[in-house]
Design a protein around this ligand. Structure first.
Ligand SMILES: Cc1cc2nc3c(=O)[nH]c(=O)nc-3n(C[C@H](O)[C@H](O)[C@H](O)COP(=O)(O)OP(=O)(O)OC[C@H]3O[C@@H](n4cnc5c(N)ncnc54)[C@H](O)[C@@H]3O)c2cc1C
Length: 280
């Protein structure tokens, strides 16, 4: 699809605090693009499975209303493969490298992530966990760590750059090429001291079936607050463009009608189910 800048769906906020050397950022998610008429395409795939229609007829007469009927039928019989035909691409920023490690565990997806090898963190931005932010003493320790990390990163990047430049020039590399290579080699090693809190940006594409799995696991109270917040924003966005496909999507307790987590349950499944019935 067709989500041009004027029609793309946005969620959440932008940078919340850039004052006095504090570069705290907040989640921002945008649905950049999705399969054209996703619900009708899923319905067409279902129609091919369950009727005598050939490919010339399966899209005929399909509109939002009868698509909803096919989707309900697929949900009731647990036939999930037709929803793999539609995919959704999100632009995500204001998330930590910790979140990156978690989201990329979802293998049925495609990712493009801001590179710390090629982009120097002139003044890196960071995500501060709300529970650290809420305690002034903890926040001060955290902010001090961010300032120290930045100093060490800058010092290492500068030292490595100088050393690499010397060696490359000694080897006879032309000045501009030597500078470019020295810069890249310096920042790709200096980044090892950057923290998990460091902000990153990514483009993520998942098909609807993979999103169902993602929402089941990551909207759940057992998931960490940051990826749960992201999953909620993604769910709100896809519900706007494909309400029938995603009205039953959410954490396991909402999908199944009861919590499957046994002893690990948060004990709040009624409250959680209510939240995801209402979420928009
Ligand atoms: C609360 C929580 C805590 C977690 N804690 C940890 C932890 O402590 N340590 C840790 O390492 N991870 C942890 N994880 C990550 C978790 O183990 C999964 O790696 C992650 O949630 C991705 O889920 P997935 O494999 O279902 O997704 P995807 O990779 O998108 O896979 C989707 C589905 O495809 C199928 N599939 C994909 N690949 C294979 C395969 N190779 N073989 C067979 N079937 C496959 C499976 O059915 C799978 O559910 C945690 C996740 C959550 C939600």
């Amino acid at each position: 699809m067709w989500c041009n800048p004027g029609t793309c769906h946005n969620s959440s906020n932008t940078i919340v605090d850039r004052g006095a050397g504090r570069l705290r950022t907040a989640l921002r998610v945008r649905l950049l693009q999705h399969t054209y008429r996703p619900e009708e395409l899923v319905a067409a795939a279902a129609r091919l499975c369950y009727s005598s229609s050939g490919i010339d007829e399966i899209m005929e007469g399909l509109g939002a209303e009868n698509a909803a009927g096919f989707i309900t039928m697929l949900t009731e019989v647990g036939h999930e493969s037709p929803v793999e035909h539609v995919s959704f691409t999100f632009g995500i920023e204001g998330v930590s490298r910790s979140l990156l490690a978690q989201i990329t565990r979802h293998r049925i997806a495609s990712y493009s992530v801001k590179s710390q090898r090629w982009v120097r963190e002139g003044q890196f931005e960071y995500i501060i966990p709300p529970e650290i932010d809420a305690i002034p003493e903890a926040r001060e320790i955290f902010l001090e760590a961010m300032r120290e990390d930045q100093k060490r990163y800058d010092a290492l990047a500068d030292l490595l750059y100088t050393r690499h430049l010397e060696v490359l020039k000694e080897k006879g590399k032309p000045e501009s090429e030597a500078r470019r290579e020295a810069r890249t080699r310096a920042i790709e090693d200096a980044r090892y001291v950057l923290p998990n809190a460091c902000e990153t940006k990514m483009v993520v594409t998942m098909n609807a079936r993979s999103l169902y799995n993602f929402f089941r696991l990551r909207c759940c109270n057992r998931a960490q607050w940051e990826i749960r917040q992201l999953a909620d924003e993604m769910l709100k966005l896809v519900r706007q463009v494909a309400p029938n496909l995603f009205k039953k999507a959410g954490p396991s307790c909402y999908v199944l009608g009861k919590c499957p987590e046994g002893k690990m349950t948060c004990g709040k499944s009624k409250e959680v189910q209510e939240k995801y019935r209402e979420l928009q």
